[in-house]
Design a protein around this ligand. Structure first.
Ligand SMILES: [Zn+2]
Ligand SMILES: [Zn+2]
Ligand SMILES: [Zn+2]
Length: 346
């Protein structure tokens, strides 16, 4: 059995002051034509938010929005007057409260004619707190029904540090030294997403999220913050994997790996190139024609397709990879060292 610790968003907002996981999620640069919202650096944002009163202001405005008028479609929201906000945050000193409130305006809190409300960045910050907090205790048995796609052994799910790890109990998994022994899938998973889900449903949900993130990143867009994503290719020089055994050098069945990185919020994915190309529209189409939904695949679908219906060849000059999809609709994709598709041949 495993359990996700439950935090209320209220408790969590205070804990985030010291553990500092928030600011990279919350910067929304240039989100409106209003030039006063020019954005700030992560260091500046951390500095502004490193105060209990300011986080309380964001919490109170978010809670008020939840229970009154909060409309994210057109970014409208009800406002709260200075005096009501001060009373709810429970600060008696007018000057001190005004000082802290002014630090949040305009990046996190907007001052309107009728009072104050959260800005887009303020809502994003509050949502992040809700996402990392969770609202319920979650207990899920560790074993999943899916068999290990490598060896057919029993597979377990564990949850730690808000990461969902699915691992085989009988073989080394597919990530070599890059992840703990047996790992088949290892990705961040918000605790609220575990509520009401079995381990198999959590696994299916995680695969869905991974593929959506991947499709966005292969388009060059970070799913976390919308910044540009940088791709890079790495290969195992002495790769010697066979169908029934992992490579001795890299410990994986995959010769080439793609890394997709956002330098703004530091969201990173590192996956076999066969999996990377499964986030591209032409490959999604081929898979769909063969009965596989690449956007919501099973673990076995992913493994079976990448291992038996795709072959990858590394090219030296220029450095890149050819990924051949051998199926009814044959296709060869050429990717350069930045994981950009430079040629598609059918
Ligand atoms: Zn296994
Ligand atoms: Zn290798
Ligand atoms: Zn990002």
């Amino acid at each position: 059995m495993w359990e996700a610790r439950a935090f209320t968003p209220e408790r969590m907002s205070y804990q985030l002051i010291s553990c500092g996981v928030v600011a990279f999620y919350m910067i929304e640069r240039g989100q409106s034509s209003n030039t006063e919202q020019a954005g700030m650096s992560p260091a500046e944002a951390f500095a502004i938010l490193g105060d209990r009163t300011r986080l309380s202001i964001i919490r109170v405005l978010w809670m008020a929005d939840r229970f009154h008028t909060y409309e994210d479609i057109d970014n409208s929201a009800s406002t709260m007057s200075f005096s009501e906000l001060r009373t709810r945050v429970d600060v008696s000193d007018n000057g001190r409260f005004n000082y802290h409130l002014s630090k949040l305006v305009p990046q996190f809190v907007r001052k309107m004619d009728g009072g104050y409300r959260l800005s887009g960045a303020g809502k994003r910050l509050a949502r992040t707190v809700a996402t990392v907090a969770g609202e319920h205790d979650v207990e899920i048995a560790g074993e999943v029904e899916t068999e290990c796609p490598v060896c057919g052994g029993a597979v377990t799910a564990t949850y730690e540090d808000q990461w969902l790890r699915v691992a085989c109990t009988e073989c080394a998994g597919v990530f070599g030294d890059a992840a703990p022994e047996g790992t088949l899938l290892n990705a961040p998973f918000p605790a609220p997403g575990l509520v009401g889900r079995t381990p198999d449903e959590a696994l299916a949900t995680e695969l869905y999220r991974c593929m959506l993130d991947l499709t966005s990143m292969m388009q060059g867009v970070c799913p976390g913050c919308a910044s540009a994503v940088t791709g890079s290719l790495s290969v195992c020089d002495g790769h010697d994997a066979a169908s029934d055994r992992m490579c001795r050098d890299c410990g994986t069945p995959f010769v080439a790996w793609g890394e997709l990185r956002c330098d703004t919020c530091r969201f990173v994915k590192r996956l076999p190139v066969e999996l990377c190309v499964m986030g591209l529209a032409p490959v999604i189409g081929i898979l769909y024609a063969q009965g596989i939904n690449a956007l919501a695949p099973s673990l076995n679908d992913l493994f079976e397709f990448t291992r038996t219906r795709m072959t990858t060849a590394v090219t030296e000059d220029p450095f890149g990879v050819l990924v051949h999809i051998g199926a009814e609709d044959r296709m060869t994709l050429t990717l350069d060292e930045h994981l950009t598709v430079v040629d598609t041949a059918q």
